[in-house]
Design a protein around this ligand. Structure first.
Ligand SMILES: NC(=O)c1ccc[n+]([C@@H]2O[C@H](COP(=O)([O-])OP(=O)(O)OC[C@H]3O[C@@H](n4cnc5c(N)ncnc54)[C@H](O)[C@@H]3O)[C@@H](O)[C@H]2O)c1
Length: 451
């Protein structure tokens, strides 16, 4: 089948590469010419494990193409996915500017029967809105091919996006049209062979399922962060609590880690957009508001802990390990590291930052303030002369605690760990003051220099 995909970001590229890998002929369309040129020349604008190789292999086979020309991308396509961004508007709602623009292009340029599958995360009513925009564009044309719209939300997670797309737990298709449902079944046939994964439902339920999924995951994180705060105040250990409740099969282990707050391009904006939908429909999003409020407080907690542990941050040097909002991605959108580094800069601290893959995206996100940060070539390099180390992302390379290597480079003996990577007693025995999340603060039991 010929498939067009609007948007060559995390979702569009993974969808395009995986569907091409499954034998479809896919053209990815993006308005960003630089991005298209890079993809055409074999590069990949985002860091996602396995993606670049898969793009290259399918481009070489002639099944995957890239263009900034929507008419070219739509030629002979039977299905067009919308996978453009839906960022947060100032009032919390999802900004549908990019989705609307794609709908207008499709209505203007499509020559044949087309099914639009909306993969962007969008509020209930967006499929109908896209249909209206398309119909309006068609009304000004002589050739009026049949164009319909379905919802097909995406549940992949960055860092494991290919695995998630190819071996997804469910494929949600929202449509009331049997022909469109069958077309989507044909699209997903290469990925739906082992057992039935397709959940067909009405459009509003499909649109809301995506928000409900992300809101549920964000709720689990904020819940554990609230428990962590209570644990800190009462002398309990959130890691023990995590195992204690995760072992209950009604609760389960995943997503019960306390940390530095959730970030990324989805949870913060999706919680806000769902709350906005609730408010505009006369519902009170009490849980969603609390989830967001806890997260805002949690994201500020690393800085608060550092400010308490380092006598004066002005002029102090702080090493920051991990900039991506989670491991195995270069995405820094809404990352806790951004809040921390901005606060450190405002407090007059010198920041030495390191991340295995996200330094360029972080530099871009920080804008002019990036001049105030020293980006280092390795994690040990970041420690040089540091009064404190702050850990924002649980990359594997940070997981082994080696007090001698840390002590030989750092000036101070403070570690603020937003990911609970180390055993507090071992860090204390290594001569460091260790402040993690939801666990007892550990004071050094020996002088690091005496070891
Ligand atoms: N990133 C994720 O992990 C994830 C997971 C599930 C769902 N989603 C949702 O998927 C959507 C896309 O997210 P993303 O992270 O891939 O976004 P992204 O910002 O990485 O990519 C969006 C791309 O769309 C392009 N674009 C904008 N307007 C366009 C137009 N008119 N025509 C063609 N291309 C256009 C941009 O240039 C950009 O390359 C969002 O709604 C997001 O909430 C994201």
């Amino acid at each position: 089948m010929r498939i067009a995909i609007f948007g060559s970001g995390y979702v569009g590229l993974v969808t395009g590469a995986c569907l091409a890998d499954g034998g479809h002929h896919v053209t990815c369309i993006d308005v960003d010419r630089t991005r298209v040129d890079m993809l055409r020349s074999g590069g990949c604008p985002i860091w996602e494990p396995g993606l670049e190789d898969m793009i290259r292999a399918n481009t070489a086979q002639g099944r995957l193409n890239f263009t900034d020309d929507a008419a070219e991308g739509l030629r002979d396509a039977r299905v067009a996915f919308i996978a453009v961004g839906t960022p947060q508007s100032p009032d919390g709602s999802a900004d549908l500017t990019y989705v609307d623009a794609v709908a207008r292009d499709i209505g203007r340029l499509t020559e044949n029967r087309l099914l639009i599958a909306n993969k962007s995360t969008v509020p209930v009513g967006t499929a109908a809105r896209v249909q209206d925009i398309v119909d309006d564009a068609l009304s000004h044309r002589e050739n009026r091919p049949t164009i319909t719209v379905c919802s097909n939300p995406e549940f992949l997670k960055e860092g494991a996006a290919i695995q998630d797309f190819k071996h997804s737990e469910r494929i949600v298709i929202g449509t009331s049209c049997p022909e469109d449902e069958q077309t989507m079944r044909d699209v997903y046939k290469p990925l739906n062979w082992q057992h039935e994964k397709i959940l067909a439902m009405d459009v509003p339920s499909a649109e809301l399922t995506k928000y409900a999924a992300n809101a549920m995951l964000a709720t689990k994180i904020s819940f554990m962060n609230e428990i962590a705060t209570i644990a800190e105040a009462t002398g309990a250990d959130v890691e023990k609590i995590r195992v204690g409740i995760g072992s209950d099969s009604r609760i389960g282990y995943p997503f019960l880690y306390a940390g530095a707050g959730y970030g990324g391009s989805c949870f913060p904006k999706d919680v806000a957009a769902l709350a906005h939908t609730a408010r505009t429909t006369g519902c009170q999003p009490r849980i969603l508001d609390a989830v967001d409020a806890v997260n805002v407080t949690q994201k500020a907690s690393l800085f608060r802990k550092l400010a308490r542990a380092v006598p004066s941050l002005e002029g102090a040097t702080v090493a920051v390990w991990g900039l991506a909002f989670k491991p195995k991605t270069d995405d820094v959108r809404e990352a806790p590291s951004l809040d921390l580094v901005r606060s450190l800069i405002e407090a007059g601290a010198n920041v030495r930052a390191y991340d295995p893959v996200a330094m360029e995206t972080f530099r871009a996100a920080l804008g002019r303030q990036a001049d105030r940060v020293v980006f280092t070539g390795g994690n040990l390099d970041a420690l040089t002369g540091a009064d404190a180390l702050a850990i924002c992302t649980e990359w594997e390379e940070f997981r082994m605690f080696d007090p001698d290597r840390l002590a030989s480079r750092m000036r101070g003996r403070v570690i603020v760990d937003g990911r609970n990577l180390y055993d507090p007693s071992r860090v204390a025995e290594g001569g460091f003051h260790y402040i993690s999340v939801g666990r007892r603060e550990a004071e050094p039991t020996v002088s690091a220099d005496a070891r």
